[in-house]
Structure formats: C-alpha cells, structure tokens
Design a protein around this ligand. Structure first.
Ligand SMILES: Nc1ncnc2c1ncn2[C@@H]1O[C@H](COP(=O)(O)OP(=O)(O)OP(=O)(O)O)[C@@H](O)[C@H]1O
Length: 214
C-alpha cells in the first residue's frame, strides 16, 4: 500500500503536486494528465528518487527511503522508463544480475530464468545484447530487471511510449498480470488511453491535484 500524505512539490516555475493525499493498494493504477502536469514528478516522489517540498510518502506504513546521495531511491521500488535504459554493452543476463547486485541482493542464473519467464521471454535470450532485441523485448527485459531484486512496487513512466500497438498491448498485459497475479503495486504514467483503460484504477493529474477517474 502506497500512501501520500499532504504531498506538495514546488519548483521555481511550477507546482505539479499541491497537498496531494492518496492511497494506492497492490493493484494497477494509471496516472494520466497533460504533458508537464507532473506525472514523472509523482512517480519519482513515490519511489523516493526525489524529496517532496512538504508531506510524507510511505509504503506499507514505512516511510520511503529518500537518501539524497542514492538516486536509486527506495529498495522496495523500481522505475521503468519509456526508453528502457538497459546497459548496452551487457547481455540480458548481465543487465539483470547487475540490477540485483546494485540492490545488494544475491541472484543466480536460475533467478534470471524465472524473471524472464514472468515477462514471457525465453531463457535462451539471456546471452543477447539489448541492441539485438526489439523495443517490446527490451521493455520486457526492463520489467524483468525491476522484478529480480524482489521489489514490491513498479513505477512505469510512459512504458509503452516508444512501442507499436501490438507491443503496447503485450507490455500492458504483463504489467496487469504482475499486479493481479503476483500482488505487486504498479503505477503507470501514460498518455495512452488504451493502456489506462486496462488498469484497475485511473487518476488524472492536473494543476497540482489528483482526481480519481475510476
Ligand atoms: N527538476 C526540476 N526543476 C524544475 N522544474 C521541474 C523539474 N522537474 C520537472 N519540472 C517542471 O515540473 C512540471 C512537471 O514536470 P513532469 O516532468 O513531472 O511532468 P509530466 O506530466 O511527467 O510531463 P510529460 O508528460 O511531458 O513527461 C513541468 O512544468 C516541469 O518543467
């Protein structure tokens, strides 16, 4: 359960979050809103990658870790980006094991096989470099990377923004499955209504306020 209590974020020229209070359960949630409304800011705040101007954020009643020297944020949370951000000179397996190592968690080849399975990728893909994979496959590796260290919250910032319709559907279905079958809390910032409609809850962010749509 993710809880925001009276969270405000003020930048010199914008106040994307203004006294936002919100509770999100272990399910899938879409955040929609115009460009520049603060969706990425909201995700960074939930993940502890950025400290709010005021207010508090917790996961399962424990405050998120926001050590300023540690851009990775809270270890319970992983962030997925539109442009995948895999390390280009490492294989799929090395990318996954590096993510575990960075979280100081010991993982093996068997764990790599297991998380690749959760994103419907064959274990035989472990030796490939990211550039040899399609965009949809790279995004699925990025989701697997977010799973390998055992995080309970996945934040996805426009995860399908660079994908075609078929891959958008596939990646969205995987995120929905992880939320519904594996009990993760998944929060997706998206411009794509077809993505938002598939998730359990929808919020619109506009002028500093979050309004629940469904
Ligand atoms: N580090 C920062 N310093 C100053 N202003 C910032 C910073 N980060 C974001 N902003 C401003 O805060 C507002 C919200 O930005 P944010 O990137 O969170 O919006 P967004 O909804 O994710 O946008 P998009 O959909 O275009 O990605 C914008 O006006 C942006 O210019």
């Amino acid at each position: 359960m993710i809880t925001l209590a009276h969270v405000t974020v003020e930048y010199p020229d914008a106040t994307p979050l203004q006294d936002v209070s919100l509770t999100l359960g272990s399910s899938t949630t879409a955040i929609v809103g115009p460009s520049g409304s603060g969706k990425s800011t909201l995700l960074r705040i939930i993940g502890g990658m950025q400290v709010p101007t005021s207010g508090a954020v917790s996961i399962d009643d424990v405050a998120v870790v926001t050590a300023s020297w540690r851009s990775a944020g809270d270890p319970r949370v992983s962030l997925i980006h539109q442009d995948y951000r895999l390390v280009p000179f490492l294989t799929v397996e090395q990318n996954l094991l590096l993510a575990a190592e960075m979280r100081r968690v010991r993982r093996t080849s068997a764990d790599v096989t297991s998380v690749l399975g959760k994103v419907a990728l064959p274990a035989s893909m472990r030796g490939r470099l990211p550039a040899t994979l399609s965009g949809g496959q790279q995004q699925r590796v990025a989701i697997a990377r977010s799973l390998i260290a055992g995080t309970s919250v996945i934040l996805a910032d426009e995860p399908t923004g660079a994908l075609d319709v078929k891959n958008t559907e596939r990646v969205t279905d995987i995120l929905v499955d992880l939320g519904r079958q594996h009990g993760l809390a998944i929060v997706v910032a998206t411009h794509d209504q077809s993505v938002a409609q598939k998730l359990d809850h929808r919020f619109e962010l506009a002028e500093g306020r979050l309004v629940q749509l469904a």
